[in-house]
Design a protein around this ligand. Sequence first.
Ligand code: 5AD
Ligand code: SF4
Length: 599
Amino acid sequence: MFSRRKTRVIPFQTAIGARDYHAGDGCRAKVPDQSIPYFAIFSSGTPRVMQDNLVQIRRASHTHPVLDKAATSGVRRRVYIQTVGCQMNVLDSELVAGDLLQAGHELVDSVRQADTVLLNTCSVRQHAEDKVYSALGRLKEIKDRRPGMIIGVLGCMAQKDQHQILKRAPYVDLVVGPGQLGQVPMLLTQIVAGAGPQIELSLDRTGGSRASVAESFVHFEPHRTAQTRAVAQQAMVRIMFGCDKFCTYCIVPRVRGPEQSRPAAEIIEEVQRLADDGCLEITLLGQTVNSYCDASGPTPIRLADLLYRLHDIEGIRRLRFVTNYPKHMTDDLLTAMRDLPKVSPYLHVPAQSGSNSVLQRMKRGYTVEAYREMLARIHAKIPQAAVTSDFIVGFCGETEDEFQQTVDLVRDARFKNSFIFKYSTRPGTKAAELFSDDIPESVKRRRNNDLLAVQNAICLEDNQPFFGRTVEILVEGPSKVAKKRHPKGGSASSLLKKGTGSERIAANAAENRGREAPVPLFQQAAGNAPDTNPATPPPCPSANAEATADQEEVVQLVGRTTCDRIVVFDGPRSLAGRILPVMIEKVDAFTLFGRVVAD
Ligand code: 5AD
Ligand code: SF4
């Protein structure tokens, strides 16, 4: 019924002309000639297993005979991409969108206009998966009326559920894991040519040696275009792929594969290109970004070293990196942050729990004392640092006392923000195998709300001193309020119903961009930025746009400080992408309101 190609990357020399390839897990995998440009590793052979068990990321070529073919073969689809999940997914969608554009396809911003709908999915919590399956149900109805429609499931759910997706939703045409996204244009061409449903996945974590599994997660690097970014001046750059931590609750190591670091030279080149393109802010991405290590040269290059090198790139004004793992918060990294003015004093370092016994069950590999000691080191070295954290409440066996220890940590740490999640059991994880998901939903919800209330009070207190201050912000574009009031170029539709029982918390949702929130797949321009302010603050009456004596219509805009604080002010859309001083005239727990002051 469908061709199940469980692929792995093979050396270029081997790939040339290859037809059948025997994958290590006994699955006979077909490597079509057409896929060669995507698989070819021009830097050769088997990856070296590096220090710290890191493997160098394999890189797919994007000089594109296949894409050119797609572009000239008359296959021109109108593609709508809907993204669920973290910033990694937002970046993946951007890359797929860029690749599709390059291949001659068109990107549209609603299902109505589309003949191809791709859902880039998240598996971190059940709730995210449920949303995707219900979106698929809605898409089926549309496809029944428009039979030529192509529906694709990309990303983490594709890798996790594999052919189950086609069992549950047989009208799906395309299932592509996060390590195979570079193949999407070619697969679309094949579907249009009548090849039937296509599945393209990386190997399972147990599907071969560590090196071969790592190889099967291919980093792809299409030419990046500002057109597919929410804000042209802000770009994410992946510096690592995968994760080896295997926290017991977490599905990520299974769906995103082994931890691999990209070569520093490649990252520097990419950031240089982005800077040449007018990018001002770079966010480096990795599941455990501070364990980055390029060990391919004589001296390993760690995150701190990389920051020094990126700091030298002219045009880049802000450098950030997420997500940090507490154990890898080394002094040299903090020193780099202190000494490099372009590096934002902002650190997202998930604690997950304030209880040692819970941390142990989660297999986080540190104690709460060690976490507190790390916080003390951060604040000693970078007093102005804003630290944010993630917490899971209602993890297996969490007692009231253990939960209270989490509350204590949040109170003492005074995080700038905390992202709080109710535990969601994930089949395929150690926690699902070893422990019972025994905390009732009502208790999870109550703990979630209690912890949130503590965090929100801290947020409000911490925002008060900003009153009257001038902060420097990077303008991201119109706020949600403005977009609702003044839709420009049509508003992006979302396939994903928000749902009343969302585990996301209104408060920190305001800054939770990309975390399990539906992100409209494709942004038309900076003016159509994903909303960063779902708290929908009212316009600040005192805000004005004197400094921008522009004839353009004045709308409510949103921007961020280097510490990731959301600032709302009024001004013309043309300010999007600018770094500006804003005087704060009003604050609430999640938002600073102000007005632009003259430079
Ligand atoms: N249930 C609830 N939250 C989870 N996270 C990861 N796995 C789960 C799960 N099974 C949370 C963690 C992580 C964030 C991205 O998602 O807090 O840091
Ligand atoms: Fe998941 Fe833990 Fe890896 Fe983070 S460090 S991605 S929580 S396994």
